[in-house]
Design a protein around this ligand. Structure first.
Ligand SMILES: *Cc1c(COP(=O)(O)O)cnc(C)c1O
Length: 396
């Protein structure tokens, strides 16, 4: 037998974390890493947040799981709070980002089919998008590396160049149900959509009665200094998928929708055994307690600006390595002039700095939102040392 007990779908690195302390990870052998990856934009309160830990411990002792056949006092509270803080009128809870996007896709389709418009089932999606790893969510992305070996894909997705409004407009037919888009692409390389694109999609959706579905699994939940990234654009969606940061590390996803968009989501149309269980709701409520206030959101924006300004100054020392920084709040991408993945490995293995590589030779800066000046200083010390000691590998 040569297959590993953990199905070998991840090229796992040698770092084996066993403990978290605020913004650091501690490896099996005691090595400390500065965590500017946050489990890929998940641990927004860091690793030892008392409010989050306490809420989970308390709820685990009271009631961990019951069926969605019963009333949910815990879920009602979190759903009401999300409704109060967003465009949405209603929320469906799931356990992951892909499930939240799946729910969003179903919601957009059933909106039209409920009205008898059964032909309106296609979503226009965008190049280099990432929406998850289920059959529907890989089908929604044009990234063929995720498709390989998994044919047949699901029908009903048309790929369009990201940030190209005219191309999106040209793809609208009498089969179109809506648009599915990340306002700031995460895996694609921290690429924010332009204002014209976001406003334009909203206008097209209004004109043709299409659903504007936003995937804010990575860019949502306070990460960019707003509760959700679409607020930067002054553009409201009809449907939105959230996950990653929303549970602060506890598995939780949510599909948010307006009353109009959710009108086909009636009894029996959708469900989940674990979705919205009391333990997940406790985690979600504890995260909202910490992040859903103006002072916290303003602090995220301010820390993001500090890092961005310091990065731009720092790039001047290494004009051959770094090109630019983009993104919003604490969702920043360093676009490199060389391959970003080997540099990310170098930072991790030789300077104990955790970041995440992404498409378009980008290095993602995704720290916990609770970092302070000390962590920002440590980040720049490690990044400077890493850049100084780096030799760009020979092209193969
Ligand atoms: C991570 C991610 C997903 C998938 O989330 P999972 O929890 O891994 O299923 C979907 N969309 C975006 C934008 C993501 O970043």
């Amino acid at each position: 037998m040569s297959i590993t007990p953990l199905m070998p779908v991840y090229p796992r690195c040698g770092v084996r974390p066993v403990r978290g302390e605020h913004c650091h990870l501690i490896d099996e052998d005691g090595t400390r890493y500065l965590d500017f990856a946050s489990g890929i934009a998940v641990n927004l309160l860091g690793h030892s947040h008392e409010g989050l830990i306490g809420a989970i411990q308390k709820q685990a002792a009271e009631l961990m799981h019951v069926s969605n056949m019963y009333g949910s006092p815990q879920g009602e509270v979190l759903a009401q709070r999300l409704v109060d803080h967003t465009f949405a009128d209603t929320v469906f809870f799931s356990n992951s980002g892909a499930e939240a996007v799946e729910t969003a896709i179903k919601c957009a389709r059933v909106y039209h089919q409920h009205e008898g418009n059964t032909q309106r089932s296609e979503l226009i999606t965008f190049t280099n998008a990432f929406h998850g790893r289920t059959m529907a969510t890989i089908s929604a992305s044009n990234q063929t590396k995720m498709h390989h070996g998994f044919a047949p894909l699901l029908d009903g997705f048309k790929y369009c160049e990201f940030d190209d409004l005219e191309a999106a407009k040209a793809l609208i037919t009498d089969k179109t149900a809506g648009f599915l888009v990340e306002p700031i692409q995460g895996e694609g390389g921290i690429r924010p959509a332009s204002q014209e694109f976001m406003s334009g999609l909203r206008a097209l959706a209004d004109e043709h009665d299409l659903m504007l579905v936003l995937d804010e699994v990575q860019c949502g939940m306070a990460r960019t200094g707003k509760m959700f990234a679409h607020e930067h654009y002054g553009v409201n969606p009809d449907i939105l998928a959230s996950a990653k940061g929303i549970g602060g590390g506890f598995p939780l996803g949510a599909c948010l929708a307006t009353e109009k968009a959710a009108r086909g989501m009636v009894f029996g149309t959708h469900g989940s055994t674990y979705g919205g269980n009391p333990l997940a709701m406790a985690a979600g409520n504890a995260v909202l307690d910490a992040v859903a206030n103006e002072a916290f959101l303003a602090s995220v924006s301010a820390k993001g600006e500090t890092i961005r300004t310091r990065l731009e100054q720092f790039f001047g020392n290494y004009p051959d390595l770094f090109e630019l920084v983009r993104g919003k709040g604490l969702m920043l991408g360093i676009k490199m002039k060389v391959e970003s993945r080997p540099f990310f490995v170098h930072l991790r293995d030789n300077h104990q700095l955790m970041m995440v590589a992404a498409g378009d030779n980008t290095l993602r800066v995704l720290p916990p939102l609770v970092i302070g000046d000390a962590e920002i200083d440590e980040f720049f010390e490690k990044l400077s040392a890493g850049a100084a000691s780096y030799t760009v590998p020979e092209a193969a």
